[in-house]
Design a protein around this ligand. Structure first.
Ligand code: ADP
Ligand code: MG
Length: 196
């Protein structure tokens, strides 16, 4: 199973989402790995810093280019879950999307953000690619609930669970996650249904 985390915007929470969901998957005894396709290499740096801090992550993070992505299906194990962390732009994003079984689109709740996420949802729909939007950095559960309803009214797919805004999510960069995954446990449970 290959899952890409895609949003054509930096700082939307892609890398954090990839790392948190990989952690959740590992805690559910899944054979999971992260592929870092972002030239900035944030996921790779995160894993290296965690190791230096003596907090080795429960999954591997490897960098990957377009060629590696195209061969991915042939080179991965049958039971493997690969989570691809994407950059905000570039051909590698299209290839990651192409080779994926499922795409996660993190979105924050600003009006521009939400409409961009809906546009992405529309093009994924048009391409017949299974996906779900994921609301991140939520400050108000009621507004998040309204946003989820609005997204569904527009015919787009969205996770029921959303991820609250927490300073702790900035502090965890370069470290292993604590036992509490700040809502990503519930996102992963929904994802398990997709995987199954
Ligand atoms: N739920 C959250 N609450 C608060 N800050 C968050 C949350 N998720 C991510 N962030 C912060 O947002 C910034 C961008 O996150 P990152 O995962 O690097 O995004 P991207 O990979 O899309 O550029 C980071 O500083 C990160 O710690
Ligand atoms: Mg990133």
């Amino acid at each position: 199973m290959i899952i890409s985390v895609i949003n054509l915007k930096g700082g939307s929470g892609k890398t954090t989402t990839a790392m948190a969901l990989a952690t959740a998957a590992a805690r559910h005894n899944r054979n999971v790995s992260v592929l870092d396709t972002d030239p900035q290499g944030d996921a790779t740096t995160w894993a290296g810093d965690a190791e230096d801090a003596g907090e080795t992550l429960p999954f591997t993070v490897d960098s990957a280019n377009i060629g590696k992505l195209k061969r991915l299906r042939k080179t991965m194990a049958d039971d493997e879950l690969v989570i691809i962390d994407c950059p905000p732009a570039g051909n590698v994003v299209d290839v990651a999307c192409d080779v994926s079984d499922f795409v996660i689109v993190p979105a924050t709740q600003g009006p521009f953000e939400l409409s961009h996420a809906l546009e992405t949802a529309e093009s994924l729909d048009a391409a017949g690619k299974p996906y779900a939007l994921l609301l991140l950095k939520v400050e108000n559960n009621k507004l998040a609930g309204n946003a989820v309803n609005l997204i569904r009214e527009r015919g787009a797919s969205v996770f029921d669970a959303s991820v609250p805004k927490r300073v702790g999510m900035q502090k965890v960069i370069g470290h292993a996650f604590p036992s509490n995954l700040n809502g990503y446990e519930d996102v992963y449970s929904e994802l398990e249904e997709v995987i199954a």
